[in-house]
Design a protein. Structure first.
Ligand code: LMR
Length: 342
């Protein structure tokens, strides 16, 4: 049958349109895997980096290949601020940002985890994260189009700089890099230091060039970012915890087939157990490697010396109560008493 040019043209366009539509939703075809892009800002060989890889293995195994996880470590896909925007846009499906990075998103209550010495042990931190306080905080992400899947942890932070740090006054006047958290700003000001918010991926160069004088992080982040090459001193204050929220784009998560979502929930659960299990030893190994390098002198505090830091940083809790919530602080103080940690 000879089609008129007009009909032939229309038919061709309809076919092209159909192909384009099919290509636009590759997941509509059974053999195409559902792709999860998991972006983060730390090295692969860190608790969070290893946790993300373990999630990848488990997710692909438990979904029998129907899901493919692409992990992008070390800010290779997105840096700090960009990654949360990308998640909300759906350009990336999963992240595990530090709890100190949710303030700019409008969820300032997460900064309660930045209060110095509020969480004196991993066990207490896990008790809070897995209890009503943690669950209530995660639910605050929902209005941002984000679903919180789990908390991960990376131990406790130390201070580093290029001058000896023994007592709180030793940080006076230093430009100290921090994450985007008003509580961490208050922490640095309580030490008469000058807080400088900066993306994690930019810290090494900023320390190397003197844009900032020092910073804070757990040993594993310090070592894997080679900060020991550009920091002459560190002190084991263990003044604050570094926790993460493993989060997913809600629209993507809700649209998954229920059996896939259930398999991914199992993968997250096991990856979370694994990440917590390795965090303490990863940090101990990183501290030993830093000391062995001879590049950074680590000052080890006695309990009495650390008590001086606790006292110097105690005012921060009262200063930030209005921002993170007086009620949650009162709940935490009660939890501390119930857990016998203070
Ligand atoms: C930092 O920016 O210092 C940390 O949040 C990096 C990380 O995610 O562990």
């Amino acid at each position: 049958m000879k089609l008129s040019f007009r009909v032939r043209g229309f038919t061709a366009l309809a076919m092209l349109g159909g192909l384009a539509w099919t290509a636009a939703v590759p997941q509509a075809r059974s053999q195409e895997p559902i792709v999860i892009k998991f972006s983060h800002v730390v090295a692969a060989d860190t608790p969070k980096g290893r946790g993300a890889e373990r999630f990848k293995q488990l997710a692909e195994q438990l979904t029998k290949g129907r899901v493919k996880v692409e992990v992008y470590p070390n800010s290779t896909l997105y840096k700090d601020k960009e990654e949360l925007e990308a998640l909300q846009l759906g350009s990336v499906q999963m992240l595990a940002p530090s709890l100190a990075k949710f303030g700019p998103l409008g969820v300032k209550e997460f900064e309660v985890f930045d209060i110095p010495y509020m969480f004196p042990s991993e066990a207490f931190l896990a008790r809070v994260e897995n209890g009503p306080i943690g669950q209530r905080l995660m639910s605050k992400l929902e209005t941002k189009g984000i679903t919180g899947l789990a908390f991960w942890d990376n131990g406790f932070k130390v201070f580093s700089a290029n001058r000896p740090i023994n007592v709180p006054g030793d940080l006076k006047g230093l430009k100290m890099r921090i994450q985007s958290s008003k509580v961490l700003e208050a922490q640095m000001r309580a030490l008469d230091a000058i807080p400088q918010v900066m993306a994690f991926g930019d810290v090494y160069q900023a320390l190397q060039t003197g844009v900032v004088d020092g910073t804070e992080n757990p040993w594993s982040n310090m070592y894997t970012q080679k900060m020991h090459e550009v920091q002459k001193y560190a002190v084991d204050t263990y003044h604050g915890c570094l926790g993460y929220a493993v989060i997913v784009n809600t629209k993507f998560w809700s649209a998954l087939p229920p059996d896939i979502r259930s398999a991914l929930e199992s993968a997250i659960k096991e990856a979370s157990r694994f990440e917590r299990e390795i965090a303490r030893k990863d940090n101990e190994d990183a501290m030993a490697a830093i000391e062995k390098s001879g590049r950074t002198k680590i000052i080890h505090l006695s309990a009495d010396q650390r008590a001086v830091w606790v006292k110097a940083l105690a005012p921060v809790q009262g200063e930030v109560a209005g921002r993170v919530g007086k009620e949650v602080i009162e709940e935490l103080v009660k939890e501390q008493a119930a857990a016998g940690v203070k």
